[in-house]
Ligand binder design. Structure first.
Ligand code: 5SP
Ligand code: FE2
Length: 220
């Protein structure tokens, strides 16, 4: 698939969300951060809002669920119109069953790891996943500083994907900007979430293109 940019609307104006999404026509995906105030200390929105955003745009939605009990709640986000649904392995009781349920509901199944969660124990799950998300900040808030300590894990995850010959995409999320995207791309990431970097730019869509060009140049 090559490089993909998925702007997070977490720091966009929630009162004008349709217009905010319309400002980024070059985005490959729109990243929607669902937070439940339990798995993370912040609260955003649920499937009703995701459904409204899905209706407002032709760009596919990439739903990042930072919620407890994703086993119970994740399928509702496929029904709400999210083309990709990411659950956190730290919160999932049965990640294999959940990934299969998301796929059988018609979504792309994705699993996220917090910065301190190692990737190696999940090596054998890679064929069950359409995407693996490695968090490059502690989940919960936009605008945090990128954690360089995750870079070796990105390299190790890419090596495991190569070893298994899987098509699984490798996404990074948190503190991704023109300053940090090259390091992520060099390490092997191919899907990049960027929230504050995009929405604090004067021209958010031009920033999407700049991020894409930087990542592509770094990947070589
Ligand atoms: O999932 C999260 C935060 O938990 C992210 O999607 C952030 O919203 C990305 O924002 P920036 O770090 O790029 O500002
Ligand atoms: Fe996110």
């Amino acid at each position: 698939m090559g490089i993909q940019i998925t702007p997070s609307i977490l720091n966009a104006d929630f009162a004008s969300i349709g217009a905010e999404v319309a400002r980024i026509p070059s985005a490959d995906w729109v990243h929607v951060d669902v937070m439940d105030n339990h798995f993370v200390p912040n609260l955003t929105f649920g499937p009703t809002m995701v459904e409204a955003i899905a209706r407002s745009t032709g760009t596919p939605l990439d739903a990042h669920l930072m919620i407890n009990d994703p086993d119970r709640h994740a399928p509702a986000y496929v029904e709400a119109g999210a083309a990709s649904v990411t659950f956190h392995v730290e919160a999932a009781a049965a990640p294999v069953r959940l990934a299969r349920e998301i796929r059988s509901a018609g979504g792309r199944a994705s699993m996220a790891l917090k910065p301190a969660t190692p990737v190696e124990p999940y090596e054998d799950l890679l064929p069950e996943l359409d995407m693996l998300l490695l968090m490059t900040v502690e989940p919960g808030f936009g605008g945090q500083k990128f954690l360089d300590l995750v870079l070796p894990k990105i390299r190790r995850a890419r090596a495991l994907m190569d070893k298994h010959g899987v098509e699984t995409w490798l996404q990074v999320d948190g503190g991704v900007s023109l300053e940090t995207i090259e390091r992520c791309a060099e390490a092997g990431a191919d899907v990049f979430v960027a929230g504050s970097a995009v929405y604090s730019a004067e021209d958010p869509d031009a920033m999407v293109e700049k991020l894409r060009a930087s990542a592509a140049a770094a990947q070589g």
